[in-house]
Design a protein around this ligand. Structure first.
Ligand code: MG
Length: 243
């Protein structure tokens, strides 16, 4: 049995991963603690969020490389924290999101490691993220994802039992298996253009995740194909379909 399967039984038995938390219906800020809480309240099996490193090496949740006009890697956490999110939250630190997630076992944390301006800094940020997750004992909750293949491989080197998926869509299931990557997490058009990839991934024992699926028809398609995870901005709609 793969490590990801052992962990999977602890989380909700559906394929719904809320993209940047469940924010849309209630108008919450993306990547906020409140949007993570909402994904947990809804009973999503996963909640995705993006992690970046500030100039003073604090790990924060944010999708863009700038936060209200301030480039994250060029500003300190204190400088960034001067501007609040629209719901009054301070830009969340990774530790806070992990602590929140570890209060429960319904919803897994899909932690996207964002790339920095240099390869070296991206590696540094990835290592710091892994260290933080390990020190907090949060590993069973975390499914790492990244667009950077070197980062994906590095995480597997650092913690061979960790669950890690690759996002960019340009590595074959066979290669991912060879590199001992847990799964693929590709944009929906990659799978629509090449449905054989779904079969190959299954045969290679990889977990299957797809992003970002927001239309009802596409949800049905990937549910029929039995995807392990479907990342969506519309978790309520996908949950209403179940499996
Ligand atoms: Mg993301």
């Amino acid at each position: 049995m793969h490590a990801q399967d052992i962990y999977k039984k602890f989380f909700m038995d559906n394929s719904v991963v809320a993209h940047r938390g469940a924010w849309k219906t209630r108008g919450l800020p993306q990547n906020s603690i409140e949007s993570l809480r909402e994904a947990m309240r809804l009973g999503c099996t996963g909640s995705e969020f993006d992690v970046q490193m500030t100039a003073d090496s604090v790990l924060v949740l944010c999708h863009d490389n700038s936060y209200f006009g301030k480039t994250i890697e060029k500003h300190t956490y204190r400088e960034l924290a001067e501007t609040k999110l629209s719901n009054g939250e301070t830009i969340p630190r990774l530790e806070k999101a992990l602590m929140e997630g570890m209060k429960q076992t319904d919803t897994r944390l899909f932690l996207e490691i964002k790339s920095s301006s240099t390869v070296e800094r991206t590696v540094l940020s990835a290592e710091k993220i892994v260290q933080t997750v390990n020190e907090m004992g949060a590993q069973p909750w975390v499914f790492y994802i990244s667009f950077d293949y070197e980062t994906v491989k590095r995480i597997k080197q650092l913690v061979p039992s960790s669950a890690v998926a690759y996002l960019s869509g340009n590595v074959s299931p066979e290669q991912l298996k060879q590199d001992r990557i847990t799964g693929l997490d590709y944009q929906y058009n990659v799978f629509k253009k090449d449905t054989g990839m779904i079969r190959n991934a299954r045969e290679s024992g990889l977990s299957l995740n797809v992003w970002t699926v927001n239309s009802s028809g596409d949800m049905d398609l990937f549910l029929v194909h039995g995807f392990d995870y479907i990342t969506t901005d519309e978790p309520e709609l996908l949950l209403s379909k179940k499996k």
